[in-house]
Design a protein around this ligand. Structure first.
Ligand code: HEM
Length: 367
């Protein structure tokens, strides 16, 4: 799918999202659920070509299951190291919770894929271009016709869709919520974001990707959020395919390796003694332009770097720029800001909190 089409789909979702937040008229609300639904709708529009309403019960149940999987993933990781643990009575490592939720998501997807495919047979190819399921099936048919061996089968279609939902929803939604939480605890940062947005974009038009380079302060805020929140602290497990030597350490073939991204993102030798503080300025040069740091690795590094990095960056910019343009985020009790203590599962998620989305702009004149 082209970058422009993708950005347009994200902007459509962002517009629905900020309208949804505006409905609360500044009353305190926990935005985690709405943010998850909107971000997974971006993945939905890529995979099946349409979005779901925030109230759709089938969709709400799948979103809840994905959250449960991410929340409990850390405990279940112990079973990857010591597989016999899965036979213990009870569910101390939450493997059964994960299994139950995965089956729920899988059943919903199988149902949706079959609905989409029965509808697609009546749609023209042009209407389906840019839809992941359609592209997958087209490639699968080409491979089968050519007689080549292919892994593109029904089971892998569902598995890759689950991967995209699981990896692409929790991560981006959690980063957006962390950003707002850091802002509540650092109100001076929000003042600077608003100044930059008002000066560079005004308040009439929903931001586009073309606006990104005019907002270096916001870019620094997003980077600092990703650094400090370090939402995938232990990345994804890998296994060595051959014997390797790193420094004085020999790592035999077949060793499970857990990359500790957190140790780089929070290292005071790299970021200074204020490494545990939220300080967007560390990503800005003296002239106000954005500083790229090679130690900034929230998406990991190497050949298995996150495949969704470009999409995630686009979403973070379009969601957050529009949110700050439209609202001022205020803690209902400024003297007692919400806790910054994360709940660590597969991702590091903020503890639930409420905030007021005070409207700066009623509605966009042009979207
Ligand atoms: C702020 C958002 C995100 C962060 C911080 C993030 C971070 C990561 C990290 C650390 C990894 C592990 C890389 C490794 O194995 O070394 C990963 C893998 C992955 N990510 Fe992301 N990600 C984000 C968003 C997304 C999005 C939006 C998608 C897709 C639509 C996505 C899809 C994936 C997939 C499929 C993998 C597995 C790649 C593989 O198996 O090689 N991610 N991500």
């Amino acid at each position: 799918m082209g970058t422009n089409t993708l950005a347009e789909r994200i902007r459509e979702e962002v517009n629905c999202y900020v309208n949804k937040l505006a409905e609360f008229q500044g009353k305190p609300v926990d935005i985690q659920h709405f943010t998850h639904v909107s971000v997974s709708n971006v993945i939905c529009s890529i995979i099946i070509g349409r979005r779901f309403s925030h109230e759709d019960p089938r969709y709400q149940s799948a979103a809840e299951s994905l959250t449960n999987i991410a929340k409990n993933a850390k405990g279940a990781a112990a079973i990857n190291f010591l597989p016999f643990l899965q036979h213990l009575p009870g569910d101390f490592f939450k493997a059964r919770v994960i299994e139950k939720n995965t089956v729920n998501v899988k059943n919903m997807l199988v149902e949706i894929v079959s609905e989409i495919e029965s509808k697609e047979s009546t749609d023209s190819d042009d209407e389906n271009i840019g839809n992941y399921i359609f592209s997958y099936r087209r490639r699968q048919n080409e491979k089968m016709k050519s007689g080549k061996k292919t892994f593109l089968d029904d089971a892998n279609l569902i598995k890759t869709i689950i991967d995209l939902f699981a990896a692409g929803t929790e991560t981006v939604a959690t980063t957006i919520v962390w950003c707002v939480l850091y802002i509540l605890c650092n109100p001076g940062v929000q003042v600077k974001i608003h100044e930059e947005l008002d000066r560079e974009l005004g308040r009439e038009k929903l931001p586009t990707m073309a606006d990104q380079e005019r907002l270096p302060y916001l870019a620094a805020v997003i980077k600092e959020t990703q650094r400090l929140a370090s939402i995938v602290p232990f990345s994804v497990m890998h296994k060595t395919r051959e014997d390797v030597t790193i420094g004085n350490y020999g790592i035999p073939q077949g060793t499970t390796v857990i990359p500790d991204l957190d140790s780089v993102l929070h290292d005071p030798k790299i970021w200074g003694n204020d490494a545990e503080k939220f300080n967007p300025e560390r990503f800005l040069r003296d002239d106000g332009s954005v500083l790229q740091r090679e130690e900034f690795i929230p998406f990991s590094i190497g050949s298995r770097i996150c495949v969704g990095e470009a999409l995630a960056k686009m979403e973070l910019f379009l969601f957050l720029s529009s949110m700050f343009q439209r609202f001022e985020f205020v803690s209902p009790d400024p003297a007692n800001p919400p806790s910054l203590e994360p709940n660590i599962g597969f991702t590091a998620v903020p503890s639930p909190f409420r905030l007021s989305c005070v409207i700066r702009l009623q509605k966009y004149k042009h979207s």
